[in-house]
Design a binder for this molecule. Structure first.
Ligand SMILES: C[S@@+](CC[C@H](N)C(=O)[O-])C[C@H]1O[C@@H](n2cnc3c(N)ncnc32)[C@H](O)[C@@H]1O
Length: 252
């Protein structure tokens, strides 16, 4: 888009003020520079490039990248505008991705009018939507999915990219939820909960986002086992029960 082209109207959302976990926001603010630098590492960059190669041809029109951290750049020849969206202003300010618009806000209350977006990308974000109790976390995820559904055009699509695990390991995480939450808080780290692709598909479908495909992105040589939470931890991700999946769903 050229500077003279009119900007698409992005009226304010009628939804109430955002929720969001202030501790997690402070954490992401604190690590934003290290996170942006780590995304330039060859093994991590390789995963980002494979994701862009997979979803790039399906992007077009007005694209919203939720929880971008200012890192990925999804601009393609077919996209009119890519909006890089995050609740950490500093991540957007220091972003190396220049061909995007930056909008700071909380994804629990997207500041976009109903039906205005063609595509949404939400990459490595959902597993951080966590509260003290699992039930509250699930409510948060449902709120965000409802928001994405509201802002998406009919026939528009969402690419949910995230680490996923097997259904049986979801049950184990739930059993250990309180203990994990307390332990991570004691270490000043945000809680993480990794869904199975099956649960994510169900949650999307509940909000009128019909899953159309689930693709696996190879970890390749990626060895950073916790890019945000434990950046120093090295272990080849391909040997873990965690898979990077792209779930594409269409608004019915
Ligand atoms: C692990 S980073 C993912 C960054 C990027 N999508 C990528 O693929 O590398 C998660 C990002 O989500 C953002 N985030 C977390 N909760 C959010 C919320 N409620 N609203 C907006 N952004 C949020 C964080 O600030 C952080 O930048």
């Amino acid at each position: 888009m050229t500077p003279d082209e009119p900007r698409p109207a992005l009226p304010r959302s009628p939804v109430p003020a955002a929720a969001g976990d202030a501790d997690s926001r402070d954490y992401f603010r604190k690590i934003h520079e290290t996170y942006q630098k780590s995304a330039e590492r060859g093994d991590i960059l390789g995963v980002h490039e494979r994701i862009k190669k997979a979803i790039g041809p399906q992007l077009g029109g007005l694209v919203l990248d939720i929880g971008s951290s200012g890192v990925p750049d999804f601009q393609t020849d077919a996209t009119r505008t890519v909006i890089s969206f995050d609740y950490v202003f500093e991540s957007l300010r220091d972003s190396p991705a220049k061909a995007v618009w930056s909008v700071a806000g909380d994804m629990h209350a997207l500041p976009f009018a109903a039906g205005c977006l063609d595509r949404i990308i939400i990459q490595y974000v959902i597993h951080y939507v966590t509260e003290k109790r699992f039930g509250e976390s699930l409510r948060g995820v449902r709120t965000i999915m409802a928001e994405m559904s509201r802002a998406l055009k009919k026939g528009g699509s969402i690419h949910l990219v995230d680490s996923t695990t097997f259904p049986i390991l979801e049950i184990a995480q739930r059993a250990l939820y309180g203990l994990s939450f307390t332990s991570l808080k004691a270490l000043d780290k945000p809680m993480v909960y990794i869904f199975s692709a099956k649960t994510l598909c169900r949650l999307l479908a509940d909000q009128g986002l019909a899953p159309r495909s689930i693709r696996t992105v190879e970890w390749g040589e990626m060895r950073v086992a916790g890019q945000s939470v434990f950046p120093g931890l090295r272990f080849p991700l391909k040997y873990t029960p965690v898979r990077c999946r792209i779930i594409t769903a269409v608004k019915s």
